[in-house]
Every structure is written in structure tokens, then in C-alpha cells.
Design a protein around this ligand. Structure first.
Ligand code: AMP
Ligand code: MG
Length: 419
């Protein structure tokens, strides 16, 4: 029962070194970084369609920006510098405006009306602000000193032609679109969107809005994971809920592999009787149980199903979100062609006390109030309300520690994870 065609991923891409009991978070991340690569094709897209896309190649400036020296203000231009003191200059006929150049050469000792963004005509090196000038008939009066080049922008001072403005792997922001446009790029090569299949497993799960019988709970993970994928810039593929039944799960995995580039499951990823995700992957010979030294988060089941990477997340919503943010997010980013990025955290004083044993990293649901980091009252892994209460996570290192109020702790806002 193989049928596993790994390219571009290696069949053993999730294999862990033998004999390792618990893998530190950073080691696990290094392995994902080293062994995964982009799996999506490339297409040319208009800038107007490019927001949120991932650059497939370095973007190179077709033209310098600004393309020529120009005026930074509305005012009057002339040659050279002027010393301290009062000056009067005769005004030249005509003007230079943005997009409407002055057709001629300005003689030394004369001034010309120039507007913001106007290309500096030959003979203009310096511009004086119109607010600093008294306008007479056919002449202007003002006070020096003024350095040569004052109130002007040099050609190429922002970007030089041929420079790499954005690297391959960049997910484009609105500001990036401005930059690409400013250097003449109207079309860019982007990665096709990564399709991520999401399915929930468990006999106890019911769709929210439906009637739930005794022992049943509503599927909270699927709406969370589908929207998370959307926020991260990928295309979510909803494969619904699957009962704890191996045949149905196998059929759903087959569908997922056909319709998506990555498969995210929640629940059934441990080694228990009803942990069918791990059992199925193991039976297919493509399963690795990653025991990551991380709280919250039980073992993560990683594998390939028909060549498509599967992330078997824990069922507990808190663990599912933390494992998604810490592992699935960077892994999906690499598969989507994005460059590796570490979520930006901030060291802020703790508003809580906590003791922790060595050996695993912890993430607490947290938010910042009055400059201090608060953590959710309960560390219970089933407390969905705490996920929503929180505005980020506090990362507590792998070593033992005793955090007291006022000690610096690392707060990572949800926004740093791309939420
Ligand atoms: P499991 O990993 O399947 O053993 O599930 C661990 C815990 O998470 C159990 O209490 C499950 O009922 C719960 N759980 C699993 N999947 C979901 C889900 N999609 N939404 C909410 N809770 C879930
Ligand atoms: Mg289950």
C-alpha cells in the first residue's frame, strides 16, 4: 500500500534522527526548513491582481526611481548655492511642472518657477520654497543661505535601475505594490496559491448549528483552521468532518491529495485506539510521529499521502492552534514558496508569575494591557475562550525558569504570525 510519489518532497522528509525522545522546537523547525521546498507553479500576474501573492523571482527595477532629478517642493529653481543674506533674482519666463518639463536652459543668476515633482531643467540645481520667497514683478527676493541641491531629489536616490527591489519569496503587501509600480513593473511572476485541505476527525463532532446529542461537541477546529489558512494567504479546501473510521478517512485523504497541495487534519494524531490519522499514515508507511518538546501540543503526526504532506494536528483546539502557528504556518510558507520568517516577538514585563520545569517550550495565551503581559487564567488545552481572549502568545524558553511580575517575557502578537 504505497503509491507514494514524493517529488518534490523526499519520502523521508519528516524522518527524525533515531534515538531522540523529544525534539526541541528549534530542531523541529530547522528540519522543516531544510527539507521542505516550494511545491507550487509560477504564473505571471498583473500588479492589480498581485496583492498577497508570493514572488517567484527577484523583482528587478526596470527604471530608476525617481527617473530624473526633480523638485521636492513648489518654489523657484536656480543654479548653485546662495550665501547668507538677502538676494534678488530676475525671473525667467515659463515654468517646470510635474510631467510638463521646461523646454530650455536656465541661465545662471536667474530663477524659474518650479512645482513639486517637476524634472529639474538644465541650469537648475537648487530650489527655494515658495513660502520663503517674496514675489515681485519679474523677480523674486529671499534670504540665504541655501545649499546647492536644497529641496531637490536626485535621480535614482530611492532605487537605481537594475537593483533588486524585492527578493523571491516575498509575500506582497500594498506598500510592495507601490514599490514595484514605481520602478515600472506592471506584471510579476507569482507562485500559484497553495491549496490546503482541512479536515476534522472524531465521532463526537457535530457541525455548529446542528443539534448535538449527549457526548457530542461542535467542531471548533475546522472554522479556525480554514480561516487561518485564508489569513495566511493560502487557498483553504474544506473537506468536512470525518468519523473515527479508517475507510472513510482513507477515502477523504485520497480526495484531499487530489484537490490540495497540503493536508491539515485535527484530532486522532496520537497513538491511541481511535487515533486513525496516525494509524492510517503508519499503515501507508509514510508516517512520522514527532514528539516535540512543546506545550500545548501532543505528538504531531507528519507524513506524506500520495506525495502530499500531511500535518496531523492535535484535536484540542488550543494545541491545534499553537501547533498550527508554530509548525504548520512556517511549513506551509515554505511549500508556498515564501522565504522563511521568524514571527516578530517583543520583550515586555510580565504581569504574572510562573514556574516552569526544563525540557520543553511553552506557549501561553496572552495579551498586553498597560504595558504588561497578561496570561489567560487557565492553561487548560480545551479552553477555546482563552484563544479568543488572547491577542498573542507568550513564548517561554526550553529551560527551567521562574518568572516573576515585572520580569521581561517574549510576547508574540497574533499579527506577527500573520493572523
Ligand atoms: P484527539 O486528538 O482526537 O484525541 O482529541 C483531543 C480532544 O480534542 C478531545 O477532547 C476531542 O473531543 C477534542 N477535539 C478533537 N477535534 C476537535 C474539533 N474539531 N473541535 C473541537 N474539539 C475537538
Ligand atoms: Mg479524536
Amino acid at each position: 500500500m504505497t503509491g507514494i510519489e514524493p517529488p518534490p518532497l523526499r519520502n523521508d522528509c519528516f524522518a527524525l534522527p533515531a534515538g531522540v525522545e523529544w525534539t526541541p522546537v528549534d530542531t523541529a523547525l530547522d528540519m522543516l526548513r531544510d527539507r521542505l521546498g516550494p511545491v507550487t507553479g509560477v504564473e505571471m500576474r498583473l500588479l492589480s491582481q498581485a496583492l498577497g501573492g508570493v514572488l517567484a523571482a527577484d523583482a528587478v527595477a526596470l527604471r530608476s526611481s525617481p527617473p530624473q532629478a526633480n523638485s521636492a517642493v513648489d518654489g523657484y529653481g536656480f543654479a548653485g548655492a546662495v550665501p547668507e543674506g538677502a538676494h534678488v533674482m530676475p525671473l525667467e519666463e515659463g515654468r517646470a511642472a510635474a510631467g510638463v518639463p521646461f523646454d530650455g536652459v536656465l541661465p545662471a543668476g536667474r530663477a524659474l518657477r518650479v512645482l513639486t515633482g517637476a524634472a529639474l531643467p538644465e541650469g537648475v540645481e537648487t530650489v527655494i520654497l515658495e513660502e520663503d520667497v517674496t514675489l515681485g514683478t519679474g523677480e523674486i527676493a529671499f534670504r540665504g543661505p541655501l545649499k546647492r541641491g536644497a529641496n531637490t531629489r536626485k535621480a535614482g536616490e530611492d532605487v537605481a535601475e537594475g537593483a533588486v527591489v524585492l527578493p523571491a519569496g516575498r509575500r506582497l503587501t500594498p506598500a510592495d505594490l507601490a514599490l514595484l509600480a514605481s520602478v515600472g513593473l506592471g506584471v510579476v511572476p507569482l507562485r500559484r496559491q497553495l491549496r490546503v485541505a482541512v479536515l476534522s476527525t472524531g465521532d463526537e463532532l457535530v457541525e455548529p448549528g446542528e443539534t448535538a446529542g449527549p457526548g457530542q461537541i461542535f467542531d471548533a477546529n475546522r472554522p479556525m483552521l480554514l480561516s487561518l489558512i485564508h489569513r495566511l494567504g493560502h487557498a483553504p479546501v474544506d473537506l468536512g468532518r470525518v468519523p473515527d473510521d479508517r475507510t472513510t478517512l482513507r477515502a477523504t485523504f485520497d480526495r484531499a491529495a487530489a484537490e490540495a497541495d497540503v493536508i491539515l487534519t485535527s484530532g486522532g494524531a496520537s497513538a491511541g485506539d481511535e487515533d486513525h490519522v496516525s494509524a492510517l499514515l503508519r499503515a501507508a508507511g509514510a508516517m512520522q510521529q514527532w514528539r516535540i518538546a512543546l506545550k500545548p501540543g501532543r505528538p504531531l503526526a507528519l507524513g506524506l499521502w500520495q506525495g502530499k504532506p500531511v500535518f496531523g494536528l492535535p484535536g484540542n483546539p488550543v494545541a491545534a492552534l499553537v501547533c498550527s502557528l508554530v509548525f504548520a504556518r512556517p511549513a506551509m510558507a515554505v511549500l508556498a514558496g515564501e522565504s522563511w520568517s521568524v514571527p516578530q516577538g517583543y520583550d515586555l514585563p510580565a504581569g504574572f508569575e510562573k514556574r516552569k520545569k526544563p525540557g520543553r517550550r511553552e506557549y501561553l495565551r496572552a495579551r498586553v494591557r498597560d504595558g504588561r503581559v497578561e496570561v489567560f487564567a487557565s492553561e487548560g488545552s480545551g479552553r477555546v475562550s482563552g484563544l479568543s481572549w488572547a491577542e498573542g502568545l507568550v513564548e517561554i524558553g526550553d529551560d527551567a525558569c521562574h518568572i516573576r511580575p515585572g520580569d521581561p517575557v517574549r510576547f508574540i502578537p497574533y499579527g506577527s504570525f500573520g493572523l
